[in-house]
Each structure stands twice: as structure tokens, then as C-alpha cells.
Design a protein. Structure first.
Ligand code: IMP
Length: 432
């Protein structure tokens, strides 16, 4: 039984996609268990850049089978577009290598419209959602009024969809938003059925059997720990469980499956977040612009899904320890170490000042994070470009020290550090 789990240890956008892609070379199955097309995973292979929102990034490896678990919310229009764009890029996406749980929930245009209406009603308190209908789809799921992928194949689906759209229109009127034309949506959804039906399969049974047969399953988390609906910086979170325990409920696995799991946390060398919410180590001015990048490279700090510039700051080790505990992380992979090259000094937040005292954890769970002041430890930077480096001994001593300090502060080892966007731009960190 080999379950590998990749989790974002921050607010998402840690560079999980390329790490998944790398680990997928050793996996039989690659699975998504949460979220929907709010995710944006970029994988660079040679000159080709793949931007995946719904399909597991590991599907780019031809030997893998991709799974979309019951914990997901799936917009069929985005799904079919993404499948087609992969096919155009020469990746086979056929029913023998992509399986979708019938229990995953559907995202409809009504969910997207409600998402936008709710955000504008929130005004200055808006969450800054991706506008993909994620929250409203999970709201319907929890309210037991949602539509599921498997229902698309049922004879009464059109009636259910119509009732859903009419209900949504009543809500949209309440919010003063434009209502939706029902008939064209019904027609479009009717046209999806034949394209999607061959991919619907009992993912829970399949993943259970795969593990029982000794296959390697790589569960690919979307978003990050601090966006978890239960453990994140609520209400500035997404609407699913982004943390490792969500793998079990989101794929239909029992606790035994997690017993020997390798739980890899992906952490960026600095902190970023998109949307609203507290961010104790946030930077502004030249330093922020320097870390964010100009936007001319696909790996600069602009949202893959929305294109919004990301907020940036120093690495927050207090939040990293929180992520280690909540996910049971066994190791860390650090991304974008190369971006720190050229800085005189690099800072890590090691504790907070709150109400006149210094604390090394969160003030009260995730509450009160907006009121803390970061306490920094400063480290000397390095000047060398790290992008050509492939071996630990070729890293500047200051970069080695930075990685050692992050391991020490997190309480779990950083096992690998990426020094550029390409597949092979990775340095293995020796055990200390
Ligand atoms: P939603 O998931 O679209 O409802 O957005 C809720 C919050 O999560 C917003 O702050 C988004 O910016 C953030 N978010 C959602 N998906 C991602 C992601 O893949 N990376 C980073 N932030 C995300």
C-alpha cells in the first residue's frame, strides 16, 4: 500500500503542480480529491507549458491513470475544454486513463453567477474568490440540493437541472443580479452527457483496490493548508478540505490507507496569497515587486486561474509548523529558492507578538491572525544564480543554511529544493 500525498503548506500556489508531475513519474495513479477549476497547476516540460485546473497534473505522464474523486466540484465545460487542450498537446485523455467519481458535484453556470453576486454583495469584505462557483457548489452539496456527476446519466437529470437553475434565478433576483436563461443551459448540459459518460467510474473502489494491489497512488492537493474550510483563515478560505485528511473523504478511502502515507508539504521559499484575509508577513514596495516578478514569466506571482497579482511576504515558519501538524507532513519540498538570489538579507518569521507577548504558535487557532506582529530572524542572503545548480554541494553556503533553518523551524526535513521551473531543476537536500 503506497499512498503519497502532496499538500500545499501555505495559501496555495506553492508550485505543487510541477512537484506532482515529478513524483508522478513513480506513480501508477494520480488523483485529485478536493476543489475544482479554482486550482491552477503549471507544469513545464521542455518548451511546453501545461496549465491544469481540473485534471491531476500527473496525467501528463502517459503511464498514469488520473482520478477525479468524490470530494471535487467539477464544471463540465472546463473539464471538456481541458481534456481537449491536453489532447491537442499530444497527451492521451481516454476513458481507460481518466476516471471520474459519480459522486463528485457539478458546477453549473448558476453556481458561477451566485459566486459573483455574493462577492459583489460582500463589498469591501469580499473573499476574492476565483469566481468559478466553488463556494455555491459546495453550499448545495452541504444543503443536499447539489447535482452530482453520476446524475448527468439519469433520465430525470434535465428536470433536476431545470429546478436548480430556477431556484438560482430566484436567489439572483434577491441579490439584484442578472438572471440566467434556462433553456440554453439545459441544451448545453444535454450535449455534455455523451462526452462525459464513458469517464464515470467507481473511483473509490478503484483507488482502494489499487492500494491493496501495492500500486502507488499520488493524491494531489489543490489550494493550500491555510485555505482549508475548517483549519484555514476562515472566512478567507476555499470551501473544501485542502488538508491531508481530505484525501480520505475526498477519494472514499478508510483510515487504514493513511497509515503509511508519505505526506509531502510543498512550501515556497517565501509566502504568497491571492484574495483577501490576514497575512502577517506581507511585504509592499520594491521588495514585494522583486519577489512577485514582472509577470513576463509564467512562474511569476500572478494567479494561474485569474491572473491577479499575488500578495507576497517573507516565509512564515509559525504557519508552516501549523501546516506540518495539521497535515502530518513527513517532509517538505521547497520551491522557488532561486527567486531569493541577490537579496542582501533574508527574513523568516519565527514567532508572533500578540497582546504584548511573544508566541510561537497561532494566537487562538486561526483567529486573531490579523492582529499579530511578526517576529523575524534574519539570515545572510546569497548573490549566485541558483538556476544551473543541481547538487547540494554547489549551492551557496547561505542557501544551504536557509534550507537547514527551515527544516529546523518546521520540525520536518526539507528533502528537495527547486531552483527553476524545469522538471530537472531540483536539488536533493542531504539528511543532516
Ligand atoms: P474560491 O475557492 O474560488 O471560493 O476562492 C476562495 C479563496 O481561495 C480566494 O482567496 C481565492 O483566491 C483562494 N484560492 C482558490 N483557489 C486557489 C488556488 O488554487 N491557489 C491560490 N488561492 C486559491
Amino acid at each position: 500500500m503506497t499512498l503519497h500525498i502532496i499538500i500545499g503548506a501555505q495559501w496555495g500556489d506553492e508550485g505543487k503542480g510541477r512537484m506532482v508531475d515529478w513524483l508522478a513519474s513513480q506513480s501508477d495513479y494520480v488523483a485529485r480529491f478536493n476543489g475544482g477549476d479554482n486550482a491552477g497547476h503549471t507544469v513545464t516540460v521542455g518548451k511546453a507549458i501545461f496549465k491544469l485546473h481540473l485534471l491531476p497534473s500527473g496525467i501528463i505522464h502517459p503511464h498514469t491513470i488520473g482520478l477525479l474523486g468524490n470530494g471535487m466540484v467539477i464544471n463540465p465545460a472546463s473539464l471538456l475544454t481541458e481534456m481537449e487542450s491536453l489532447r491537442t498537446a499530444g497527451i492521451s485523455v481516454t476513458p481507460d486513463r481518466l476516471h471520474i467519481s459519480p459522486s463528485a458535484h457539478l458546477i453549473t453556470p448558476a453556481h458561477q453567477a451566485i459566486d459573483r453576486a455574493l462577492e459583489s454583495a460582500r463589498g469591501r469584505a469580499s473573499i476574492g474568490t476565483t469566481g468559478r462557483g466553488i463556494g455555491p457548489a459546495y453550499t448545495d452539496k452541504a444543503a443536499r440540493t447539489g447535482l452530482r456527476m453520476g446524475q448527468m446519466l439519469q433520465p430525470d437529470f434535465q428536470d433536476r437541472l431545470q429546478a436548480h437553475l430556477e431556484n438560482a434565478n430566484r436567489l439572483l433576483v434577491l441579490y439584484g443580479a442578472a438572471t440566467l436563461e434556462v433553456a440554453p443551459i439545459l441544451k448545453t448540459f444535454a450535449s455534455y452527457k455523451d462526452s462525459i459518460a464513458p469517464y464515470i467510474a467507481d473511483v473509490a473502489v478503484e483507488v482502494h483496490q489499487a492500494l491493496a494491489d501495492g500500486k502507488t497512488v499520488l493524491a494531489e492537493g489543490a489550494q493550500g493548508t491555510l485555505l482549508d474550510i475548517d483549519q484555514g483563515t476562515y472566512p478567507f478560505v476555499t470551501s473544501s478540505n485542502t488538508t491531508a485528511p481530505g484525501v480520505l473523504t475526498g477519494l472514499g478511502l478508510g483510515l487504514q490507507a493513511a497509515r503509511e502515507a508519505r505526506v509531502i508539504g510543498v512550501v515556497k521559499a517565501f509566502q504568497t496569497r491571492v484574495g483577501g484575509g490576514p497575512f502577517p508577513t506581507e511585504l509592499s514596495g520594491d521588495l514585494a515587486a522583486r519577489l512577485r516578478g514582472s509577470g513576463s514569466n509564467p512562474w511569476d506571482e500572478y494567479g494561474t486561474t485569474t491572473g491577479r497579482p499575488r500578495r507576497v511576504g517573507w516565509l512564515d515558519a509559525v504557519l508552516l509548523r501549523y501546516a506540518v501538524r495539521l497535515n502530518g507532513l513527513t517532509e517538505l519540498v521547497m520551491t522557488k529558492l532561486d527567486i531569493l538570489s541577490g537579496l542582501e538579507t533574508i527574513s523568516i518569521c519565527t514567532a508572533y507578538q500578540a497582546g504584548g507577548i511573544t508566541i510561537d504558535g497561532l494566537p487562538f487557532g486561526e483567529y486573531g491572525l490579523g492582529d499579530v506582529q511578526p517576529v523575524y530572524t534574519h539570515f545572510p542572503g546569497w548573490q549566485a544564480d541558483l538556476q544551473p545548480v543541481r547538487r547540494w554541494q554547489d549551492l551557496p553556503l547561505q542557501a544551504q543554511e536557509y534550507l537547514r533553518q527551515v527544516s529546523r523551524l518546521a520540525g520536518v526535513p526539507v528533502r528537495y529544493a527547486s531552483v527553476g521551473p524545469e522538471r530537472e531543476q531540483i536539488v536533493e537536500v542531504p539528511e543532516s
